[in-house]
Design a binder for this molecule. Structure first.
Ligand code: FES
Length: 161
């Protein structure tokens, strides 16, 4: 499951931990990075790499909401709706975006399977709300027009791929 680049990254991660089992969170982030969610093969690969059991990994994933076991879109669109951002219009921005994407208020995945939208708590960029990240890349001081342009660009890239 691990690509060569991921194996190199994993080796770097292991160097930071005296016991490689302690590297479970960064290893899971790495395993999740490419497609935004973890399937059974990913979970088994992390377990094997860290000398843990699949059950250990499932219990960790169940505890941390940032790890996903459900299939997501190619692009994970996370918009901060936490209070400081909400006061700068972040929550209203999120709801308008969900509506334009044809998604319910709690978010979800677009019919074409390209985008998954979800509200998130503080991304540590409160003064730049509305703020979000798409596949972990920050987008700040968002407007309806700017996020629509970003999503259109990503849609175009995905169709061209
Ligand atoms: S509350 Fe939204 S980034 Fe901090």
């Amino acid at each position: 499951m691990w690509s060569e680049a991921e194996q190199n990254e994993l080796a770097k991660i292991f160097k930071k931990y005296p016991d490689k089992r302690s590297a479970v969170l960064p290893a899971l982030y790495l395993a999740q990075a490419e497609k935004n969610w973890l399937d059974d093969d990913d979970i088994a690969a992390v377990a094997e790499a860290l000398d843990l059991t699949v059950t250990d990994i499932h219990s960790i994933i169940g505890f941390y909401t940032l790890f996903r076991k459900q299939k997501t879109g190619k692009y994970m669109v996370q918009i901060c709706t936490d209070l400081p951002c909400a006061l700068r219009g972040g929550e209203a921005f999120y709801h308008r975006l969900a509506e334009r994407m044809g998604l319910p208020p709690e978010g979800g995945t677009t019919a074409d399977g390209l985008f998954t939208l979800e509200p998130v708590v503080c991304l540590a960029a409160c003064d730049k709300a509305p703020v979000g990240q798409i596949n972990l890349k920050y987008h700040e001081n968002l407007t309806d027009e700017s996020i629509d342009a970003v999503l259109a660009q990503l849609r175009q890239e995905a169709q061209g791929a």
